[in-house]
Write a protein that binds this ligand. Structure first.
Ligand code: CU
Length: 133
């Protein structure tokens, strides 16, 4: 009897997870990896499609801290409520070796600037663009 109940609960969980993962008519989220290193953002041009859900997987490969600042982009994108706390005034801070996932829907088409705001880092090359098409 308890085995049947366990299976029933298991199926229920699978169904509810599927419902959370994808709203009918919405494309599944695409995972896009962005690497931060000293002193690069790669890819330097991040290409996204308007209205498409993404998981931005931001990885700081350096030993020291970096940030990912894209104020206009984050202001225009639709951030998942759970991830809003990771973005402060359009800025995501990552300690050395840290990785973060940010779930969002890409905003209107356009070119959005990205840079690291740590002292001198953008001058040394930590800048790029997000091109939403
Ligand atoms: Cu930096």
């Amino acid at each position: 009897m308890s085995a049947i109940r366990t299976i029933a609960v298991g199926i229920g969980l699978l169904l509810s997870e599927a419902a959370i993962a994808q709203v009918p008519g919405t494309p599944p989220a695409q995972r896009t990896t962005i690497d931060l290193s000293s002193f690069k953002i790669q890819p330097a041009t991040i290409v996204l499609r308007h209205g498409q859900p993404y998981i931005l997987h931001i990885v700081n490969k350096a030993r020291g801290g970096h940030d990912f600042v894209a104020r206009e982009f984050f202001a225009a994108a639709t951030l998942s409520p759970a991830d809003r706390a990771l973005v402060s005034d359009g800025r995501v801070e990552l300690a050395g070796g840290q990785a973060l996932d940010i779930h969002l829907v890409a905003p209107a088409a356009g070119t959005y600037q990205v840079r690291c705001s740590h002292f001198m880092h953008s001058a040394l090359g930590m800048k790029g663009t997000i091109s939403v098409q």
